[in-house]
Design a protein around this ligand. Structure first.
Ligand code: AMP
Ligand code: MG
Length: 402
């Protein structure tokens, strides 16, 4: 049995960075850029008005007063999309709309609300500073500047910037294909009525949603009986079409737990087969035919906990993502006792009161069921050396699925 940190290190060491693929920007959301992106243009490409108003020479308003306004002659109009060929002369103003290019000779825009119009005369009552209501050429970014650095996670901000820079495709790291295989003679489909000895196959649905939650598309191979040959066939099939294979169940040392036997038959390099955590101790990790292989325990909360702790970080690394779980100091509101030697994950309901996070007990937490964790929105971590924690203690915690 190895520690959680050792297990995670081994997994991350074995996880390759995915290949690069070109993606249409709208299909690149949450992906990671694999190259620096430089601006091919100045943004904005011309100095433009930030307001609907009048383009003027600001210096001409230096003496403007409420009682002695400065008069300008309105000589034209520029709307967004137009380009004014001429040059603004002294004593002239040009009506200009938001987003329209500032005419040559003008250096400021005074908005409609601040002026008075009489026929073709414009009256300005206050001094207008140079650059007022003007967005200057290249103010946002200049041609040749670094727009987005390699490693950036693509969010709506980045998609908009890429669009304004004229990039419709970008290079990003591939997402891993994750295959799921669910084992267990006791399992029936969820549409079926229960009958003696059987339970419904919930893990397939939980694991698919965990992958979807991480932005990944799973390939599910569905249910397979506790039969060594059938399990082997499915695993071989899965290895051919995926980067990561995840099995559920059959992970322990029981008479009908065949996953590890199959791994041995397939010549897998089994890195470890148990981790000092609870829930989730019977986790096996192996490298088989250059693919990552995770055998998860069948107990539903153990499967979720190991998936979140180990498979998600591996997928993140494959996609070029840096891990960033926001660890919070959480004050426990209850006492808990357990055997020491394993890192405990206590699923709790975290409430923030006056800037302080409190962790409240949910119903009875067990690896084998999920009814109580539906009340949880977070997890607190108890270090391996502790055998109990008391109400009032501060532990590291984080929000989960929220
Ligand atoms: P195993 O890892 O096969 O020893 O299974 C451990 C426990 O998890 C057993 O009580 C199983 O019935 C339960 N279990 C295994 N697979 C699933 C599944 N797909 N959905 C729900 N529970 C499961
Ligand atoms: Mg089983």
């Amino acid at each position: 049995m190895i520690s959680r940190d050792e297990a995670l290190n081994i997994i991350l060491q074995e996880t390759p960075l995915g290949n690069v693929e070109e993606k249409y920007i709208l299909d690149s959301l949450s992906r990671v850029l694999s190259e620096d992106i430089y601006s091919k243009d100045n943004l904005p490409p011309f100095s433009k008005s930030a307001m609907d108003g009048y383009a003027i020479k600001s210096e001409e308003t230096a003496e403007a007063l409420r009682e002695a306004p400065i008069e300008f002659n309105i000589t034209g109009i520029i709307k967004a999309g137009d380009f004014f060929e001429g040059e603004l002369q002294k004593g002239e103003a040009i009506r200009i709309m938001t987003g329209a290019p500032l005419p040559k000779g003008a250096d400021a825009v005074i908005q409609f609300e601040k002026v008075k119009i009489e026929g073709i005369s414009l009256f300005v009552y206050d001094k207008v500073k140079a650059d007022r209501n003007v967005i200057k050429r290249g103010e946002e970014i200049n041609s040749g500047d670094l727009a987005l650095a390699k490693g950036t996670v693509i969010r709506p901000f980045e998609i908009g910037l890429l669009a304004s820079l004229g990039y419709s495709k970008i290079p990003v790291y591939r997402t891993p294909t994750v295959a799921l295989i669910i084992t267990g003679d006791e399992l029936i489909n969820i549409e079926e009525e229960l009958y003696p000895g059987k339970i419904r196959n919930s893990n397939e649905y939980t694991l698919i949603s965990l992958l979807k939650n991480a932005g990944l598309k799973p390939i599910s191979f569905g249910l397979v009986k506790d039969n060594k040959n059938l399990i082997r066939e499915k695993i071989e099939e899965a290895l051919k079409v995926s980067d990561i294979v995840v099995t559920s169940g059959g992970a322990s040392k029981g008479d009908y737990d065949f996953v590890e036997d199959v791994l041995v038959e397939l010549g897998a390099d089994i890195k470890f087969n148990s981790v000092a955590i609870k829930p989730g101790k019977p986790l096996t990790f192996a490298v088989v035919k250059d693919k990552l292989f995770f055998s998860l325990p069948g107990n539903p909360l153990a499967a979720i906990n190991t998936f979140q702790e180990f498979i998600i970080p591996a997928c993140d690394k494959f996609m070029g993502k840096k891990r960033c779980t926001d660890i919070l100091p959480v004050i426990l509101k209850d006492d808990y006792n357990f055997k020491k030697g394993k890192r405990m994950y206590i699923y709790v309901n975290i409430q923030k009161v006056n800037g302080v996070y409190y962790g409240y007990r949910i119903g009875w937490q067990s690896s084998s069921g999920l009814a109580s964790v539906t009340e949880a929105n977070g997890v607190v971590i108890v270090p391996e050396e502790k055998s109990c924690v008391k109400s009032g203690e501060i532990l590291n915690g984080y929000f989960i699925f929220s």
